[in-house]
Write a protein that binds this ligand. Structure first.
Ligand code: FES
Length: 330
């Protein structure tokens, strides 16, 4: 048995991309949002840049954090890669305008709708065939039975203008899941009090986060912040005694938000909003005696979502981080 495992390992090592020299620079271990999914191994693994597998990166020993699968083994068995996300043309079911915002419901495969029901889910969508018009847009609601997903976007530039003007079909590439920071905090919070504060276009992420927290036995208070339309309101679960919805207007109600926060003393605070809303929420969180776990929606640029283009690259403690792929804590 041992001999066959050694033989398999030797074969897998032979199949991996061969750098010209063994790498000696030990890249810090990170968690990849796609590891173990049908989309793993990805383009990065093919190029010897896998975020999880040190052997695929050209190191001589395995230092992985065990994401539930051996990416090296999958790389060998699948002859290089998992499923590639492709742009597909899908019909538009309905559109609804909210000032400069638009809600667009599109028909997708039921499996894709199911995959887009997780916190942080988003898609790349465009109004025409030209690939560089792809814009990342968060999923407000995913319905596997009706095989539809609901997207919300603000018309801000050429990509979203094209999306607003396109006809009966759009081009969609999905699923992607790293639309938020703090996946681990969300997953670890069970049977506790949680507070979600949401406003602007980023409130799209709040319904899925609230659903996930409710499934984990938490009591969830959602604060929907004006100004701006509260389009997400009707997509929170109905009839749940553990969910309460509150409307506020910021910055006028910042003090009232602080009082609510201190009364609830939540174990987790999730903020789905822009920099201003997050800054206000974090300032109030700082007044709590017991700091809660934090999570928030991301607001950096994304272009490919596959860790390739570098649009989302940022420097975290001296290390380059591809934010579309790396699971980060807040
Ligand atoms: S969006 Fe292209 S590398 Fe992250």
């Amino acid at each position: 048995m041992e001999a066959s495992v050694a033989h398999l390992y030797a074969r897998l090592k032979a199949l991996r991309p061969q750098p010209s020299q063994p790498r000696t620079d030990a890249v810090p271990l990170v968690q990849c949002v796609d590891a173990g999914s049908p989309y793993c191994p990805c383009y990065l693994a093919d190029l010897g840049e896998c975020l999880e597998c040190s052997v695929l990166r050209g190191e001589t020993t395995c230092r992985c954090r065990w994401p539930g699968v051996c990416v090296l083994a999958h790389h060998g068995w699948q002859r290089g890669h998992g499923t590639r996300r492709q742009s597909v043309r899908v019909p538009v079911v309905s559109r609804k305008a909210y000032g400069t915002l638009e809600l667009i419901r599109v028909q997708v495969a039921p499996q894709l709708a199911a995959a887009l029901g997780q916190p942080g889910s988003f898609v790349f969508v465009r109004g025409g065939a030209t690939p560089f018009f792809d814009a990342p847009v968060a999923v407000v609601q995913a319905d596997p039975q009706a095989a539809t997903v609901l997207l919300a976007y603000a018309v801000l530039g050429p990509k979203t203008k094209q999306l607003a003007q396109c006809g009966e079909t759009v081009w969609l590439r999905a699923p992607y899941w790293n639309g938020l920071v703090g996946h681990r905090a969300l997953a670890a919070t069970r049977g506790a009090s949680c507070l979600v504060v949401a406003g602007g276009t980023a409130q799209s992420l709040a319904p899925h986060v609230a659903r996930a927290l409710l499934r984990q036995g938490n009591a969830v208070t959602v604060v929907l912040g004006r100004p701006g339309p509260l389009f997400s309101r009707s997509f929170f679960p109905e009839g749940s005694a553990a969910l309460s919805l509150v409307e506020m207007r910021f910055p006028q109600d910042a003090a009232a938000f602080g009082r609510l926060l201190r009364r609830l003393s939540p174990r987790l605070v999730f903020c789905a909003g822009g920099e201003r809303l997050r800054g206000m929420a974090l300032a109030q969180v700082a007044t709590l005696a017991e700091p809660p776990r934090l999570a928030w929606s991301i607001d950096h640029r994304m272009c490919c979502g596959e860790g390739v283009c570098g649009a989302c690259l940022s420097n975290v403690q001296g290390q380059p981080v591809r934010r579309c792929k790396v699971v980060q804590d807040a």
